[in-house]
Write a protein that binds this ligand. Structure first.
Ligand SMILES: CC(C)(COP(=O)(O)OP(=O)(O)OC[C@H]1O[C@@H](n2cnc3c(N)ncnc32)[C@H](O)[C@@H]1OP(=O)(O)O)[C@@H](O)C(=O)NCCC(=O)NCCS
Length: 180
């Protein structure tokens, strides 16, 4: 069974407790959690653009992104409905999208990342009818690599992006996913 991020994840006969999370579409009112997770030192260290983004620049980008067909932004919420991070889909030509994720610094290492990625797979395949989701992750970003692997992404090897060596992790739509 895949995609199940509430209660228990059952995969390869292994039962692991997973944190409960939801993903909801981001709105302009979510700017603080989006901006904070984007500008967090660890997020910047592991992203291709290391620069701090001033609030006004980020707001301009967000207003454009929320109205763009190229992106879909989601807020990750915990069981108390509190925002704890974000997931971003960047759509490509064809039926694939790059997925990236960032949690608020004080919400990391508790299983939320893996749980949110499982929700992202469900949204990517059911809502957006994609065939494939992938992530480009710096090879030193161990928490991210572990979270993507635990969510069912497979390492497809290295990719050079703006002179940075990244690992490409791919998840393909399972045959049994039914679209609404
Ligand atoms: C990457 C990220 C989303 C992962 O989410 P998370 O909730 O912290 O990860 P999880 O709790 O699901 O843990 C995943 C694995 O990483 C491990 N891990 C978490 N933090 C770690 C750390 N600082 N060092 C080493 N391993 C770590 C966990 O122990 C777990 O492995 P395990 O199952 O073998 O124990 C989160 O750490 C984050 O927001 N990082 C900053 C932004 C970023 O790098 N985004 C990725 C860009 S694609």
């Amino acid at each position: 069974m895949i995609f199940r991020s509430e209660g228990h994840l059952i995969r390869n006969r292994e039962i692991t407790f997973m944190e409960e999370v939801c993903l909801r579409p981001a709105e302009l009112k979510d700017i603080m959690v989006l901006w904070k997770t984007r500008n967090d030192p660890e997020t910047r260290k592991y992203s291709l653009s290391l620069d701090y983004i001033p609030y006004s620049n980020y707001k301009r980008w967000l207003e454009t992104a929320l109205n763009s067909d190229l992106y879909a932004l989601f807020i990750i919420t915990d069981s108390q409905n509190q925002p704890i991070g974000q997931v971003r889909f960047a759509f490509n030509a064809g039926l694939s999208a790059e997925v990236s994720i960032a949690l608020l610094w004080n919400q990391r290492g508790r299983g939320y990342g893996t749980a949110a990625l499982l929700k992202a797979l469900e949204i990517g395949y059911r809502r957006f009818n994609l065939n494939e989701l992938y992530a480009l992750i710096k090879s030193e970003n161990i928490p991210s690599i572990k979270a993507f692997i635990k969510a069912g992404f497979a390492n497809q090897g290295t990719v050079l992006l703006e002179e940075t060596v990244c690992l490409k992790f791919v998840n393909k739509k399972p045959r049994d996913v039914k679209n609404p």
